[in-house]
Ligand binder design. Structure first.
Ligand code: ANZ
Length: 810
């Protein structure tokens, strides 16, 4: 046979798949469906590097295998194309972002096609297409109508370099996620989405889905639900107890008797309120100025040198024992969490402890059982320890003391049980051009109104300049034609919202559109949603666990509440992949010069080699370093497979010697493909191919089975070999996934030496449980033995099961 030439084979089969449209998922409720989803890419100007397709290959394997198992598989792909890099590129090169996007998508599509994915391209979506974002806008309007979208003056995270407001999620260590510039705080009127209304359901419904444990845990941590109490501390100004109280949020009401001071955030309104009574207001003002410069992240950090100022002339009263305690202002207390004020218990809270040590404040132990005295370290373990120095709580465990103190506060009207969340409402406005216009209009008389739904999509107008304005307004603000409109209620002149949506908007519901991408009546038809939903398996990056995944679960739950979708959760299963690093072990990036372009690998070694290598490179959930020698190894494997075609015999049945290995391989590959163990599945196929080559013949059933098992990984070469072997049809159109037999999973056969009159004359292969009669019968049939029996009389039979058969003849 000629040599393996992937360049020719791969084009041929990609063309075949395209022509036969085999990967198109039809809406056919008579067939069992399987919906596999991968995160759609942002079509950047750089194109794909070899890290991007790793997750696509994984679910391509699952999709191809499921199709062979008879499923109607929906495996779609699209482009998440709104976003800053495109806009920035457009600004720099003076090309319209839509033009940039078109070019980039074309490039991505070519790259993806060359790798041979089984995507259903009839369903491709692009979030910047008005037919798509019309529905993104529609969902926003439904949220407005249900009170989940509202406008609010909020201090936002402002990136002075991108000139854009960022959500908390887009701020990483106090810097802009995209460009790394330190984030400032600014007050702006923003559209907000009330994701907090769904906080409990976003945690509780995790019990109903199959997500990798660390993904679940990250979501839980991000939402940050904590149970505790609010407690009121009376404020004393001068020497008089006022009517006012300072309310704190605490998860440890049991430690109330250990409170030795209070702390308010620098932004706390009580400071303004008591400005007259506070004697050192100048000092406080100076401190407030300083705090403004720090991000919440910096402020919350442990082990950071604590700063603060004590209020002079104002103090508070501990509601448990009536003692007067000082009030401090310090930036380790955030205005954005709880009530912006805390009761400090230095003996049992590490940050309070550090603060107390620095400013020499009293430390009172109220939970006994610390391994070292509380003067040396805070004792924070709540599972051990007994309350002391705490009046009516003495002797109780922490758990019981919490309950008792909450009951006490509630009864005395000094507090109440309270649940808090770290999760904040989602800042949904962006002052950028390249995003979905927010379909809202402001009327002097009727306030903010959504535009009538018949007017959707609200098109993004062409602007001469995409540059964000110096005032921080979106470029749309300068387009009078766009801005000036009429009020949908009274018809009088009104102004349009000029902010656009964040990039997270389009990706919050895209999996629904794939189910029914061309529907111009609805976002998705009931029929399509009920058939294809929910997504059976969604794989994506770990970095999207707290942003995209949470946002899309929130939108889905809202759509469930208004009857658009029929399931409570969008994704039945979610997994994550590890990254592919450069050959130097560092993250692939242009600046590090370690980027590998898949195009080069495809043209030098072939797509099947690239696919095999990326799936063989290591544990799918862990990161792995790219090595060229690894690529070469996989290419060699496929070349050996190619040459195996020369060993093909006319026999149909499986040879006994490799039958068990075959059944074991079917089982292992079938299971490993479903449990992210692509590497061990491939290793098994390598072992199997070695065994087949060792026996120097491959029967037709063996060859067929082997090609089917390898097909999801290396679809082109296996189709070619299938065709050359003359098997019926093609794998993609006619193949059926092989099944193993339980009773063939272990060695059931043994070779038995046959003796004639005490001398070994040959051997037979017998089932392990063979009886004496079966053994004798097999021996008589065996040519090498039969000669010795000819014309003789069988006098005696000595049979040791599974070991030996001795025939005594005369
Ligand atoms: C007294 C106390 C004693 C606390 C103790 C802890 C341990 P989570 O679990 O994250 O909800 N806290 C409350 N509001 C705060 C704010 N705005 N900025 C900074 N810290 C704040 O944490 C709740 C605990 O964090 C609260 O319980 C409070 O300190 C602090 F041994 O109250 B605790």
């Amino acid at each position: 046979m000629e040599t393996y030439n992937p360049a020719v084979i791969e084009k041929k089969w990609q063309e075949f798949w395209r022509k036969t449209d085999v990967f198109h998922a039809t809406l056919d409720p008579s067939k069992k469906k399987y919906y596999a989803l991968v995160e759609f890419p942002y079509p950047s100007g750089q194109g794909l590097h070899v890290g991007h397709p790793r997750p696509y290959m994984a679910l391509d394997i699952v999709s191809r295998k499921r199709r062979l198992q008879g499923y109607n598989v929906l495996y779609p792909m699209g482009f998440d194309a709104f976003g800053l890099p495109t806009e920035n590129y457009a600004i720099k090169h003076k090309i319209h972002p839509a033009e940039v996007t078109r070019k980039n998508i074309k490039h991505f599509r070519d790259q993806l096609d060359s790798i041979g994915f089984s995507f259903d391209w009839d369903r491709v979506i692009n979030t910047t297409d008005p037919d798509y974002y019309r529905w993104t806008q529609w969902i926003f309007i439904q949220m407005v109508k249900h009170g989940l979208a509202y406008k609010k003056e909020v201090p936002i995270n402002w990136c002075p370099s991108c000139r854009v407001g960022l959500s908390n999620e887009e701020v990483v260590n106090g810097a802009c996620e995209r460009c790394g510039t330190a984030v400032e705080h600014r007050v702006k009127d923003q559209w907000m989405l009330k994701i907090t209304a769904y906080a409990d359901r976003l945690i509780d419904d995790l019990d109903t889905v199959d997500y990798t444990p660390r993904i679940k845990q990250q979501q839980i941590n991000w939402i940050g639900r904590s149970h505790g109490a609010e407690a009121d501390f009376a404020v004393v100004a001068g020497d008089k107890e006022t009517e006012d109280v300072l309310t704190v949020y605490t998860t440890r009401p049991d430690t109330m008797f250990g409170v030795t001071y209070m702390v308010v955030a620098p932004e706390h309104p009580m400071l303004e309120q008591y400005a007259d009574a506070i004697e050192n207001m100048d000092e406080i003002k100076a401190y407030q100025q300083q705090a403004l410069l720090k991000s919440d992240f910096e402020r919350g950090e442990l082990n950071k040198d604590k700063t603060g100022v004590a209020l002079k002339g104002v103090c508070a009263v501990n509601p448990a024992n009536g003692k007067r305690i000082p009030i401090w202002v310090s930036d380790y207390v955030l205005m954005t969490y709880g009530t912006g004020a805390i009761m400090a218990v230095p003996a049992h809270d590490s940050r309070d402890w550090e603060f107390a040590k620095k400013f020499d404040l009293p430390i009172v132990e109220v939970v006994a059982g610390a391994p070292v005295p509380v003067e040396e370290a805070a004792f924070t373990d709540v599972s051990e320890g007994t309350l002391v120095n705490s009046d009516f709580l003495n002797g109780l465990s922490v758990k019981d003391a919490i309950a008792k103190m909450i009951a006490f506060l509630t009864e005395k009207h000094l507090g109440k049980p309270q649940t808090n969340y770290k999760l904040r409402d989602w800042v949904f406005s962006r002052q950028r051009y390249w995003g979905e216009p927010i379909p809202m209009v402001y009327c002097e008389e009727h306030g903010w109104q959504p535009i009538p739904e018949e007017q959707l999509p609200l098109l993004l107008p062409e602007v001469p300049n995409y540059q964000p304005t110096a005032t921080g307004e979106s470029p749309l603000a300068e387009m009078e034609d766009f801005v000036n409109t009429t009020c949908p209620i009274c018809g009088k002149p009104a102004r349009r919202e000029t902010d656009t949506m964040p990039q997270w908007a389009g990706s919050s519901w895209y999996y629904l559109r794939y189910m029914d991408p061309h529907n111009n009546q609805e976002l998705v038809s009931k029929e399509a949603e009920q058939y294809f939903g929910p997504v059976d398996w969604y794989n994506g990056g770990m970095e999207h666990t707290t942003l995209h995944l949470l946002y899309s679960r929130f939108w889905h739950k809202f759509l469930y509440d208004i009857g658009v979708v029929s399931t409570k959760e969008p994704y039945a299963k979610r997994t994550s992949h590890g990254m592919i690093m450069g050959d130097n072990g560092e993250k692939m990036s242009k600046s590090r010069g370690n980027v590998v372009n898949p195009d080069e690998i495809v043209s030098e070694y072939g797509a099947d080699t690239l696919r095999t290598y990326e799936m063989f490179i290591g544990d799918f959930e862990k990161s792995a370093n790219w090595t060229e020698s690894g690529v070469q190894g996989c290419r060699k494997f496929l070349e050996r497979v190619w040459k195996m075609a020369d060993l093909l015999t006319e026999d149909e049945s499986m040879d006994k010697e490799t039958e068990v290995l075959f059944h074991q391989s079917i089982k292992k590959v079938t299971e490993d493909f479903e449990t992210l163990k692509f590497n061990t599945a491939i290793a098994q196929l390598m072992t199997l191919s070695n065994a087949l080559r060792a026996k120097e013949r491959v029967t037709r059933t063996e060859w067929k089975t082997f090609l089917l098992l390898l097909n999801p990984v290396a679809p082109h070469v296996t189709e070619e070999l299938w065709e050359r072997a003359g098997f019926t049809g093609h794998i993609a159109t006619d193949g059926t996934w092989p099944e193993y037999q339980d009773d063939k999973l272990s060695e059931n056969y043994a070779e038995m030496p046959i003796q004639i009159n005490g001398k070994v004359r040959g051997k037979v292969v017998l089932p392990l449980k063979a009886t004496q009669e079966q053994a004798v019968e097999a021996a008589q049939k065996e040519e090498s033995i039969a000669r010795y029996l000819e014309g003789k009389k069988l006098a005696k039979v000595i049979f040791v099961p599974n070991k030996i058969l001795n025939l005594v003849v005369k």
